[in-house]
Design a protein around this ligand. Structure first.
Ligand code: SF4
Ligand code: SF4
Length: 371
């Protein structure tokens, strides 16, 4: 059985062009039959960003997805996400996603209320606490944005689902699964729990470099869609130059039958792969041997030398406290010296999860190997 991944050109975020591209991408990926169903659209709402940085899914992509869902018979269209540490309302308002949802008559949902869902086939996690709205929807659509990710290397349709875990409960997963491979397995299990019926990717303008928050905008000019979130991310990560087997959750999905993913089943529709390929995309450097670097004193030494760690710029830091609040290992705190207040880090406690880097609004954290 094949799994279609459609690739459609879309030069900018003009309303008509986006609506046409999203509808075309959905049809190219096999279409959506939503008669009488409740559909939850889950955009990427990581955090509020200034200056038009491509952090969240673009509002016109959401508008087009709402219209497509309605056009395919959805009885209810809901929109929601749980950002990294801010409220969904705050990020929704600043990103422009909430006003668009309201204009289009969709229901804006809060992810604070959660329920437990079982994942019998999960590799690592057998139960997740997810937003009630997600568990109760007939169909969840991952409405992601193509970006680099300092910890998982790439974020697309699958990583976007992490937002269904309410609020700071997300931090607990970083403590429980500090390694990239195990965190990737957790994400693959989460995809099994959520079972998205479709995924649509905003790759009109993506993010390269130090994503998913402090990277650089990159014009790509594409919209992608698939019924299978793993297949979509496999194709999208390949298009920007990754070996998808380096993306931890894609490796897990490609090795476990429970995930229903087989790269040999992927069929590209629309723009041919070679014509869509993005050259010179600035990827996150792949760290090899990271699992071994977590074991024993020698492992810790190797980790200190080979795995990038966060460095805090006192000049750029605005002392907002977002990093201190989100750090799952409680490795950060404010301290004072003669030069004033600063963020102090305990590298022995630091997991190298990069959650701090992911939320810093001032780009004050650099990820570097120890000199
Ligand atoms: S300091 Fe940053 S990278 Fe280290 S554990 Fe805390 S959030 Fe993660
Ligand atoms: S490093 Fe960034 S997130 Fe942390 S306090 Fe400073 S400005 Fe805020």
């Amino acid at each position: 059985m094949h799994t279609s991944v459609s690739i459609v050109r879309c030069a900018d975020y003009g309303r008509e062009a986006v609506e046409k591209a999203v509808a075309e991408a959905v049809d190219g990926a096999g279409g959506l039959e939503l008669s009488g169903k409740s559909v939850l659209l889950k955009p990427n709402m990581l955090a509020s960003a200034n200056g038009g940085k491509p952090v969240t899914t673009e509002p016109e992509i959401l508008r087009a997805a709402i219209r497509v869902a309605r056009g395919r018979g959805a009885a209810r269209v809901l929109v929601g996400d749980s950002p990294a540490f801010q409220s969904g309302d705050a990020v929704g308002a600043k990103s422009g996603l909430k006003p668009v949802a309201m204009e289009e008559g969709a229901e804006w949902v809060d992810f604070a209320d959660s329920v437990e869902v079982a994942v019998p086939g999960g590799t690592l996690v057998k139960r997740f606490s997810v937003a009630r709205a997600v568990a109760e929807a007939d169909c969840v659509i991952s409405l992601c944005r193509l970006k680099t990710h300092s910890f998982m290397y790439f974020t697309g349709a699958v990583k976007n689902l992490f937002g269904v875990v309410p609020g700071l409960q997300k931090s607990a997963f970083h403590m429980r699964f500090p390694g990239k491979a195990e965190f990737g397995a957790m994400l693959a299990d989460l995809a099994l729990a959520v079972k998205p019926c479709f995924a649509i990717m905003d790759a009109v303008v993506g993010m390269e470099g130090a994503g998913p928050f402090n990277g650089t905008p990159r014009s790509i000019g594409l919209v992608l869609a698939s019924r299978d979130a793993f297949s979509l991310d496999w194709v999208a990560s390949s298009l920007v130059g990754y070996d998808p087997l380096d993306i931890p959750y894609l490796r897990v999905a490609s090795e476990g039958a429970a995930y229903g993913f087989d790269r040999a089943d992927i069929v590209i529709e629309g723009v041919p792969f070679e014509a869509a390929r993005i050259h010179g995309f600035e990827k996150v450097r792949i760290v090899r041997g990271e699992a071994a670097a977590r074991k024993g004193p020698l492992g810790r030494l190797v980790r200190n030398l080979s795995v990038p760690r966060p460095y805090f710029s006192r000049d750029r830091c605005a002392l907002c406290g977002a990093c201190v609040k989100i750090c799952p290992a409680v490795a950060l705190g404010f301290a004072d010296d003669t030069a004033g207040r600063f963020v102090a880090i305990d590298y022995e406690k630091c997991l190298r999860c990069y959650c701090c880097h992911e939320v810093c609004p001032e780009d004050a954290i650099d990820l570097k190997r120890r000199p």
